[in-house]
Design a protein around this ligand. Structure first.
Ligand SMILES: [Fe+2]
Length: 304
């Protein structure tokens, strides 16, 4: 129920150097001064990080309350993954072996991912500009927030927190075939010059890497990080309208990031996902997007 680049809470630095995170009015932590301070401290660490200078990714001293949120959510998601996650994601999760009893540091995530698929995690204070986010994907680098959701509502978050970034994405990136598709999406961004084409790539990414589902043994399973990191999405996705993979539709369908996704696109297999989405990311450029948009218009998917 959120997206990179659109629903991260804004982060600002005051004149006195204090970093503030501006939560939406509906955020469970909006009126909790301790949580707001904590969010500011964690965002400040990422802002102060000298990435270009080769400094190590910031380490966060997580509190017992934050570890408890991680423990609680990890346990709940594990039960749901048994029922709903695609077997490749489950296998990747087992290989990666993230802790379920404490919040891992991003460098620990990288240390586990690098031998599997070569991916590295780096710290982001919140919003990363779309093109920067994707350019890093092209280099097998994943920008991750480090904060946790508010402890009052551990099974809900309006923003992508470290539970989404790590339990959702890192387990997925531990699977070589999924990791290759995500890298190809990053490479695609370097080929797309127009903002229209860049957004089309991001929308196909949304309906695959974030909210993708796939048939497996006759069941519909999830492989998308946005579903697999969300207690609510995993309860809901089986009731949604399921369409076949369709690039013109995926790249032009309007969606509301604040609601459960009412339309999902299902791959018949990983081969099918690679043939359609992987091949799209590997070959897309401005002309391909222009053609797909014309196709979408011709089919009445978007207004002409
Ligand atoms: Fe995500």
């Amino acid at each position: 129920m959120f997206t990179e680049g659109q629903l991260y809470s804004p982060v600002t630095t005051q004149e006195d150097g204090t970093v503030r995170v501006h939560l939406a009015d509906t955020h469970p932590g909006k009126d909790d001064p301790e949580y707001l301070d904590r969010r500011g401290t964690i965002a400040a660490a990422a802002l102060a990080w000298d990435r270009a200078g080769g400094a190590p990714v910031p380490t966060i001293e997580y509190t017992e309350s934050e570890h408890e949120v991680w423990r609680r959510v990890s346990a709940e998601l594990r039960l749901l993954h048994e029922q709903h996650a695609h077997s490749e994601y489950v296998a990747g999760k087992e290989r990666l072996g993230l802790p379920s009893d404490h919040v891992p540091q991003l460098h620990e995530v990288s240390e586990r991912l690098v031998p599997l698929t070569g991916w590295t995690y780096v710290a982001a204070p919140g919003l990363v500009p779309l093109r920067d986010f994707y350019a890093d994907l092209a280099a097998r680098t994943f920008n991750s927030t480090q904060y946790l959701r508010h402890a009052a509502e551990p099974l809900y978050t309006p923003e992508p927190d470290i539970i989404h970034e790590v339990i959702g994405h890192a387990n997925q990136l531990a699977v070589p075939r999924f990791a290759a598709i995500v890298e190809a999406a990053g490479q695609a961004s370097l080929r797309c010059r127009t903002e229209e084409a860049m957004q089309f790539v991001a929308d196909v990414f949304w309906f695959s890497i974030e909210f993708g589902v796939m048939y497996e043994g006759g069941d519909l399973r999830a492989y998308g990080a946005g579903i697999l990191s969300s207690y609510g999405e995993m309860q809901e996705y089986g009731h949604m309208e399921i369409r076949d993979l369709d690039l013109a539709d995926m790249g032009t369908l309007n969606y509301d990031i604040t609601q459960y996704q009412p339309v999902l696109f299902a791959a018949r297999s990983i081969d099918h996902l690679e043939d359609v989405v992987g091949d799209f990311f590997a070959t897309v450029d401005d002309d391909v997007v222009a053609r797909l948009r014309r196709e979408a218009t011709g089919r009445g998917l978007v207004a002409s």
